[in-house]
Design a protein around this ligand. Structure first.
Ligand code: PLP
Length: 361
């Protein structure tokens, strides 16, 4: 019998969330962001769910792009960091990918390459995030050089927002982008999930929703996933594999960070940080045991964590536990652990078996 931990991926929920993003996008195309193994959900699963409805995809790795094409999908694929080596370019063209061009180094690689076919590109502008992209002073030259490369076909102007999910919003970056690109009749791609949900003026021609597809809110403190209408895609479950009845003064787990103040019934769950559960989740982080809400106790260890069953006398060994997903939002768990749902999803460990629900072609 394998350890009882499982990640269940709900393909219907993923489709639902994509279609919600698409609706919000209006006339814009919605490229499903499936980088990082579809935010930990499994690239194959994402392609099964979205293959026949997505307008395009966005990812980082040539290997991921190869997998999309190998699945027989012909939609545009944006390479969010572009290519890394001149030798990547032949395959970028052969697979029909749309790389981001964000640096002079990449421009120079393009100019030296003899492209064997047409290449659509995303010209990335640094509008204030200061991660990737051309700054204002270099933008016009970069655009002119790109236009002069034989084989470069459609150029889409792209930028990425640093604060679409907080009070600051996108105003300053959007104004900068508009000033810089004024008068250019080129398509634009601006919005991640947060911008798509909050700032209709930032929708542009291609949107790039990521986290919302997987049922996470990009700004859980402001707007819950449920309020947005998103459904959880990944549900992480396990079981109680041990129970301890402890007394006032007894402690639980490494470091003894939780001390009982009275008789306490402790459930031990087969899930730890080696499964992807965040080690920094403190006592009090919510968890469902037998479908009922309780809290974790003490430190998360590599393969196990403890939870409070004092008020759940009928929960025992073999009872199912939900770490996040259906019935307990990953956002809530992430917030309690001082992180974001993105990190929980991406950290799902390879050793956790994955099951798939809501079968799609
Ligand atoms: C990851 C990423 C996105 C998706 O962001 P979410 O917050 O997950 O919607 C969009 N654009 C770029 C450039 C990204 O790197």
């Amino acid at each position: 019998m394998p350890r009882p931990i499982r990640a269940s991926i709900d393909l219907e929920a993923l489709r639902h969330n994509y279609l919600l993003a698409k609706k919000r996008a209006g006339h814009a195309r919605a490229f499903a962001v499936i980088k990082a193994n579809a935010y930990g959900h499994g690239l194959d699963q994402a392609l099964r769910a979205l293959g026949d409805i997505a307008d395009g995809f966005a990812l980082l790795d040539l290997a991921e792009a190869r997998a999309v094409r190998a699945a027989g999908l012909t939609q545009p694929i944006a390479l969010l960091e572009g290519f890394f080596e001149p030798t990547d370019l032949a395959e970028v063209v052969a697979l029909g990918l749309t790389p981001a061009i964000h640096s002079e180094t990449q421009l120079a690689m393009l100019e030296r390459a003899a492209l064997a076919g047409p290449l659509d590109v995303l010209l990335k502008i640094n509008s204030g995030m200061n991660r990737l992209g051309f700054r204002a002073d270099d933008f016009a030259t970069a655009l002119a050089r790109l236009r002069a490369v034989p084989g470069v076909r459609e150029i889409t102007l792209m930028t990425h927002f640093a604060r679409a999910d907080d009070e600051t919003g996108v105003g300053t970056q959007l104004a900068f982008f508009k000033r810089l690109t004024e008068g250019l009749e080129l398509p634009v791609s601006l919005a991640n999930s947060a911008a798509l949900l909050r700032f209709p003026e930032a929708v542009g021609h291609i949107v790039r929703p990521g986290i919302m597809l997987y049922g996470g809110s990009p700004m859980p403190g402001m707007l819950s996933a449920e309020a947005i209408g998103l459904r959880p895609v990944m549900t992480l479950t396990s079981e109680i594999i041990g129970v301890q009845e402890i007394d006032a003064g007894d402690r639980v787990g490494y470091g003894g960070t939780f001390e009982a103040t009275g008789p306490t019934r402790v459930g031990v769950v087969a899930c730890g940080y080696a499964d992807g559960y965040p080690r920094h989740a403190p006592t009090g982080t919510p968890i469902l045991a037998g479908g009922r809400r309780t809290r974790i106790l003490g430190r998360v260890s590599m393969d196990m964590l403890a939870c409070d069953l004092t008020h759940l006398p009928d929960v025992g060994i073999g009872t199912s536990v939900t770490l996040w997903g259906d019935g307990l939002s990953a956002d809530e768990v992430a917030t309690a652990a001082g992180t974001i749902s993105y990190e929980l999803f991406c950290a799902l460990a390879a050793r956790v078996p994955v099951t798939v629900r809501g079968a799609q072609a």
